[in-house]
Design a protein around this ligand. Structure first.
Ligand SMILES: CCCCCCCCCCCCC/C=C/[C@@H](O)[C@H](COP(=O)(O)O)NC(=O)CCCCCCCCCCCCCCC
Ligand SMILES: Nc1ncnc2c1ncn2[C@@H]1O[C@H](COP(=O)(O)OP(=O)(O)O)[C@@H](O)[C@H]1O
Ligand SMILES: [Ca+2]
Length: 508
């Protein structure tokens, strides 16, 4: 067989059988297809072959097929050609480093891995080094310093968004150290991580898996890892006073989602439903917070947060907005030069301030917090929900679960940005505060005294930031998007017609 230069050039085409049915079977580079046909002679069996079958709702399953063939020589050609094609695929991982959080979600991580995932990795001849974490940040710290990353083609986490966040922190930190970059500088252009990350969902929200694969299913995720998919993703860095705090990949939320998280941490024993209890409680509490949001709108990008189009597998918006070196420089130019002509500032009272670097789709909200956000376009959608009635806030929340537009409300605004800052009102400089007091008069002065006085039971002045399910230690933050800083073993959500039309399974 000659090496193929064109990706879809036909390598072999024969009439083969599966049990008593004859098929026209073709092999082109990394694609095996079979179509039913009218039948004929005596057949020799191949070894059974595994392949990926697409099922309902973005789920993948591993299936097996045994072809038979009329002559032994042709049979050998087929087996050889398939083996050669599989060996030529370099994107498939051979060695994986796996971290299991035994306490994530319903505490089923270990069982899910052993029963559903390990057998598939073994079948695909992937060697694994498995670490069951013993404490929070075990995986992060191991990746930062101890892990021999050269030995692996990818890192897999079994757990939820919090566990994924640990892996992201470990890998990004290690990559910047290896490149002698300073993670404490918010203006540093960070180096992208070369190792891909796989997520076996076993957490409480699992929105990163859901928004990159379309379902939270361990077998589907394992198969995306095995076939060597790759999906780049934006990451936000969060700083306070030029000190690095954390990275965020999904939701960075102040006010409602921060309060839900703080409250739900005390209810961890409840498992995933803790978020619903705390959600209801914080909805009834109805706290608002004052502060100033400044943001740098994304320039030179296509797409807006109100688009009807969604980020899907092979997304053209992500491809267009992705990191072309010149464009990238331009995106940050204003800030790097200290020219903040483009910065916009909004002061107000907010029920929620959310930044969604991707849709944040999850089973609770299948379209997500920002349905038109993109996985790898170098932007985040900044959603401001101003103080409004409980009824209006409920309308906004409910729209996350139906087809109505959650942004089409006069107390909600959304901006696609590359950088933003938040300053809670009580952190503002003395001169700012004085200005406020002068502007707003006596009522404001009494308002402030009241809030500073716990005995009167008024609203607290501060919320916390929910950063991918972790609580940040500071409220005044500076957030910057880093385009495509990490890669996942995923391909983005596939459009339904892709798998309805697709009769081409791929061998594993
Ligand atoms: C009335 C129903 C309203 C439903 C509104 C649902 C909006 C849900 C958007 C969820 C975005 C999730 C973004 C992901 C965050 C995760 O990184 C992060 C960590 O995940 P991990 O635990 O797997 O590690 N998860 C979270 O922070 C959880 C956020 C969950 C928020 C749930 C809010 C439920 C609200 C219920 C309100 C009920 C009002 C009822 C009034 C009668
Ligand atoms: N062995 C462990 N013991 C306790 N906490 C852990 C352990 N391993 C990881 N964690 C922490 O558990 C938290 C939640 O993990 P995650 O897998 O996201 O589950 P969930 O989705 O239920 O929050 C994360 O903050 C992670 O750092
Ligand atoms: Ca994005």
């Amino acid at each position: 067989m000659t090496p193929m230069d064109k990706p879809n050039r036909l390598l072999l085409l024969s009439e083969l059988r599966v049990r008593d049915t004859a098929y026209n079977v073709s092999l082109s580079r990394s694609l095996l297809t079979w179509k039913r046909r009218a039948s004929s002679p005596v057949y020799h069996p191949f070894r059974p072959m595994s392949y990926v079958e697409r099922c309902q709702q973005h789920r993948w399953r591993c299936a097996a097929v045994t072809f038979t063939c009329p002559d032994g020589g042709l049979c050998q050609s087929w087996v050889g050609a398939i083996a050669e094609q599989l060996a030529a695929i370099t994107s498939r991982p051979r060695r994986l480093l796996i971290y299991i959080n035994p306490y994530g979600g319903k505490r089923q991580g270990g069982r899910v891995y052993e029963q559903k995932v390990a057998p598939l990795f073994a079948q695909a001849a992937i060697s694994t080094h498995v670490i069951v974490t013993e404490h929070a940040n075990h995986a992060r710290d191991h990746l930062r310093t101890d892990a021999e990353l050269k030995k692996y083609d990818g890192v897999v986490c079994v757990g939820g968004d919090g566990m994924f966040s640990e892996i992201v922190h470990g890998l990004i930190w290690r990559t910047q150290m290896d490149s002698s970059l300073d993670p404490n500088s918010p203006d540093e252009t960070l180096t992208s991580c070369s190792l891909r990350i796989g997520i076996i969902p076993a957490g409480s929200t699992d929105c990163i898996c859901f928004a990159t694969v379309g379902t939270n299913d361990p077998v589907t995720s394992a198969l995306h890892i095995i076939v060597g998919d790759s999906q780049p993703m934006d990451v936000c860095s969060i700083h306070h006073n030029n000190t690095f705090l954390r990275y965020s990949v999904s939701l960075l939320g102040y006010g409602f989602y921060g309060d839900v998280l703080t409250d739900s941490e005390r209810k961890r024993w409840m498992g995933p439903v803790r978020y619903d209890f705390s959600g209801l409680k914080m909805f009834l509490t109805h706290h608002y917070y004052e502060g100033t949001v400044s943001y740098l709108p994304a320039r030179g990008v296509v797409g807006t947060p109100r688009d009807a189009a969604r980020c899907r597998s092979g997304c053209v918006v992500c491809q267009h907005n992705g990191p072309k070196p010149s464009e990238r420089a331009e995106k940050y130019e204003t800030d790097d030069c200290g020219n903040d002509g483009d910065w916009r500032t909004i002061r107000g009272k907010f029920l929620a301030i959310n930044a969604a670097s991707m849709s944040c789709a999850c089973p609770r909200s299948p379209k997500g917090l920002s349905p038109a956000a993109h996985l790898a376009d170098g932007t985040t959608d900044l959603i401001l929900v101003r103080k409004c009635s409980r009824f209006d806030f409920l309308r906004h929340l409910l729209r996350h679960t139906n087809k109505e537009d959650q942004f089409d409300l006069n107390f909600v605004e959304v901006h696609r940005v590359v950088r933003f800052r938040f300053m809670p009102r009580h952190c503002q400089s003395d001169s700012d505060l004085e200005l406020d007091l002068l502007e707003n008069g006596k009522r404001q002065i009494f308002g402030q005294i009241c809030r500073d006085h716990p005995a009167c039971g008024c609203a607290p002045a501060y919320s916390s930031w929910n950063c991918d399910g972790e609580i940040l230690t500071h409220t005044a933050i500076d957030v910057r998007v880093h385009c495509r800083l990490i890669k996942l073993f995923a391909r983005g959500i596939e459009e339904p017609q892709v798998f309805e039309d697709l009769t081409n399974p791929c061998a594993i």
